[in-house]
Design a protein around this ligand. Structure first.
Ligand code: SIN
Length: 490
């Protein structure tokens, strides 16, 4: 079966508002294409501010009923949704691969990963505790209770079309919030399919609403939510400039914000590291989704004593990676999402070569495969003057920087406005303690390349944003604390 045939039954193209599939009010559509071939997969609704408003109207109407449900009732709906997502793992995986380009095994893996957040927050729904505060005055009872923040607007990226929206919607629904959402224009089909399954799982009309819009209409559509005082929270995963725009533009109604923004992750290999483990960890972390992950290592610092050996081991492994479309089971790296992405990668590599880097493997577009392919690349002799040191490349390029001392490595790692993930490999326990404290990042991998988990807090510091997703902390972002003070008790 082709990817199109597997994904076909789940394809929806209208907006989902108040429990119904409806076309955009202006009756416009835009095309979603397969990044591997450039072929059109579907035409979906191109929404405007009027559709955003209709979604908010529905979410605001549904809020009092949904928040009044017992936590166990909300949990039961989430559990049914989780079961339906897993029952459709193959079709959803094919849909992710079709519109996003990642290899099919990764597409299916993303379904399980995204579903794990739904199961996690189904359980967390029943554990939203408050506090009884020890009385400070006679005759008074003081307590703190947690309440849903209200209508949540979820704006999600293209790199994980299922997992990113699942890990925003699940805690919102668990907390008793209602949702209006907009997926990235490159990958709206997976989000629409997910919403269909939520509907089948019994999410009531108005509780979850999803609209799609083209790149041209995105600002107008989202601006309506930013200005609407009924939307009490924005949760966004994407670039730092867009995150700053959302924070600025929503300030007029002082919304709660969770911003999971860009990274520029350092990966440090010390002389005392297990080099084979470091190579494995780097391959896993760097080449997941072809390097299009915000926790991907972007700058790899290798201590002088092991630099040559590590560079040789890594280059051999990277040269062997198979690149190709998701329709080929042997592919380990798919196409990049669009031409803008490939152009940025090529710009970073060209700039690095002009500033003294050497190509150890790769270093060019793979035009014979299609316009969106770039070879997995290792660059030696990288330095801080290169654009790829300051900006996230978001592609399959590993620049190797040589360093001498621990202090030098930590200073270089922290020399960025970003602070999402950081990784290091060392077998010295004292060094592990020192470096894990010194790194300025929300997430640190120590002798480990795979960090993401529904049970762990995901999020950054500095200009990588604020708020946490997943874990017991992930629910707090959708709750506000109300203090109750009861008097006259004595
Ligand atoms: C992201 O790239 O934004 C998320 C990656 C993850 O959840 O591991």
């Amino acid at each position: 079966m082709t990817l199109e045939q597997q994904a076909g039954p789940l394809i929806r193209t209208d907006n989902f508002i108040d429990g119904r599939w409806v076309p955009a009010q202006r009756n416009r559509q835009f095309a979603v294409t397969n990044p591997a071939t450039g072929e059109r997969i579907a035409l979906v609704a191109d929404s405007s501010a009027a559709d955003a408003r209709a979604a908010t109207d529905a979410a605001a109407r549904a809020l009092p009923h949904w928040r009044a449900r017992l936590p166990a009732e909300r949990a039961a709906v989430l559990r049914r949704w989780h079961a339906l997502i897993l029952a459709n793992q193959d079709a959803l995986g094919a849909l992710i691969s079709l519109e996003q380009g990642k290899p099919l095994a990764e597409g299916r893996g993303e379904v399980a990963y995204g579903a794990s957040y739904v199961a996690w927050f189904a359980d967390e729904a029943t554990r939203i505790y408050g506090d009884l505060i020890p009385a400070q005055q006679r005759g008074k009872k003081m307590s703190a209770v947690k309440e849903p923040v209200g209508v949540v607007a979820a704006i999600t990226p293209w790199n994980f079309p299922l997992a990113m929206i699942a890990r925003k919607i699940a805690p919102a629904l668990a907390a008793g919030c209602t949702v209006v959402g907009k997926p990235a224009e490159d990958t709206p089909l997976t989000a629409l399919a997910l919403v269909q399954l939520a509907h089948e799982a019994g999410v009531p009309p108005g509780v979850l609403n999803l609209i799609t819009s083209s790149r041209e209409m995105a600002v107008e559509t989202v601006a309506d939510w930013l200005a609407d005082s009924r939307v009490r929270k924005i949760t966004f995963t994407g670039s730092t400039p867009v995150g700053k725009y959302l924070a600025r533009e929503s300030a007029g109604t002082l919304k709660k914000l969770s911003l999971e923004l860009g990274g520029n992750a350092p990966f440090i290999v010390f002389d005392d590291a297990d080099l084979d483990a470091a190579v494995e960890g780097l391959l896993a972390a760097k080449f997941r989704n072809g390097g299009q992950t915000c926790v991907c290592p972007n700058r790899v610092y290798v201590q002088a004593g092991v630099y040559e050996r590590f560079a040789a081991l890594l280059s051999t492994r990277v040269a062997a990676l198979r690149v190709g479309p998701a329709s080929d089971d042997a592919s380990q790296i798919g196409p990049m999402i669009n031409l803008r992405a490939v152009d940025k990668i090529a710009r970073h590599v060209d700039d690095a070569l002009q500033h003294g880097a050497t190509v150890l493997t790769g270093g060019s577009r793979l035009s014979a495969l299609g316009a969106h392919y770039y070879a997995p690349t290792v660059l030696g002799d990288a330095n801080a003057t290169m654009a790829l040191c300051a900006e996230e490349t978001f592609g399959p390029v590993v620049p190797l920087f040589r360093f001498d001392s621990e202090q030098q490595a930590v200073e270089a790692a922290n020399d960025t406005p970003f602070g999402l993930a950081a990784y290091f490999y060392s077998q010295d326990l004292r060094r592990i303690e020192r470096v894990s404290r010194a790194l300025e990042a929300g997430i640190v991998g120590i002798n480990e390349g795979g960090l993401s988990s529904e049970a762990a807090p995901f999020g950054g510091v500095k200009e990588s944003g604020y708020g946490r997703e997943g874990s017991k902390y992930g629910l707090d972002d959708y709750l506000s604390i109300k203090y109750l003070c009861q008097g006259g008790l004595e």
